[in-house]
Design a binder for this molecule. Sequence first.
Ligand code: HEC
Ligand code: HEC
Length: 348
Amino acid sequence: MGISLTSVAFAGVAVTLVTLFAIGTPTERAAREAAAPVEPAPIAAAWIIPDVDKLPDDEWGRTVRAGRDPTKHTAQLIGPETSDAAHRYAGNNLACASCHLDAGTKRFGIPYIGVYNDFPSYRARSGAVGTIEGRVNGCMTRSMNGRALPLDSPEMRAIVSYIEFLSTGQPAGQATPGRGSGTMPELARAADPGRGQVVYAQNCASCHQPDGRGQRAGTPGDGQGYAFPPLWGPDSFNDGAGMDRLIAAANFIHSNMPNGVSWDQPALSLDDAWDVAAFVQAQPRPEQAHLDRDYPDRLQKPVDAGYGPYADGFDPAAHKLGPFAPIREAIAKLAASAPGAPINQTTK
Ligand code: HEC
Ligand code: HEC
């Protein structure tokens, strides 16, 4: 495969060294070279997963470990079916770890590693400087379709401590390669939900079910959440969530699904990943109020935001399905005619 893996453990820190000679199949590499709007940054050598269980049994260690619990067992602890009504913050029965895979430690599985040091920072979605707590609550209200955790709640303090600990050793002010879910090449065509439906039936429905509603770990009402989380329907993430954007979802799916694949050994072709993401996003899901207030500077709106208003003249269908190069071009032109306006061409 052109990939050598060496695992080393020292001082309670498990380090995986990945030496990269080539990523993907030759066809994928050729497609990437042909289609990539931006060549992905080279992937640095080390993926460091600080070991939560090696922390001492003091207040810090206990708080950090307590933050792993609502990440994995979100439905039980802060979900809509949790026994203590005061702790029902999430609006669906997903777990943070449904998307932040391996409890926020998987490379390109939207890990928490390296995230803490990036805050506080300017956030295009709110048009203001945001905190890590604000980012957690962004997922609470959208991905979890619920309400914000109070900033001083034990749950928030624990989750943030967990994210902080997982970011140990990642230098501030530098990108962490392996964060997010990857930047695979884009298609020159619009993504095709009809083709995606076939991909879904063949590769996804066995776990996520033909109706996309997933499979409960236990029975509805018991607070045990899902063995296979729903991808759409009333108990899924809402339409303001990051996972409801095509570029974010296609990369997540390509790097991680069917569950168990990794970014460097994906199972789906690029076309299949883009098309199945488009199919999933064409299905109904809860709606977030006031989405028109997102991205007050429209030139900073991600090209794959599925809801308007937009500054670029393209309709929601174009933003939902791509191709994105013409949209980026239009945004760049607008930005050039409005000097000083910062533009956002990333997937964030
Ligand atoms: C349905 C999927 C989903 C669920 C469930 C979810 N998130 Fe997220 N989360 C995302 C996506 C997508 C992003 C954006 C990643 C990016 O910008 O590359 C994100 C981003 C984040 C970030 C910032 C990561 C970064 O790299 O900047 C944090 C922190 C976070 N989520 C915390 C949480 C917490 C805590 C929970 C549970 C309460 C949660 N998320 C549940 C999908 C999800
Ligand atoms: C072998 C079972 C399995 C298959 C097949 C599978 N998934 Fe998943 N998927 C999972 C599990 C399990 C999770 C949650 C991860 C966890 O809990 O550790 C998940 C999470 C997800 C998520 C984020 C969570 C959410 O609810 O939105 C998306 C999106 C997703 N899968 C899409 C797909 C797509 C698209 C396919 C087909 C290409 C697919 N999956 C195939 C098991 C599977």
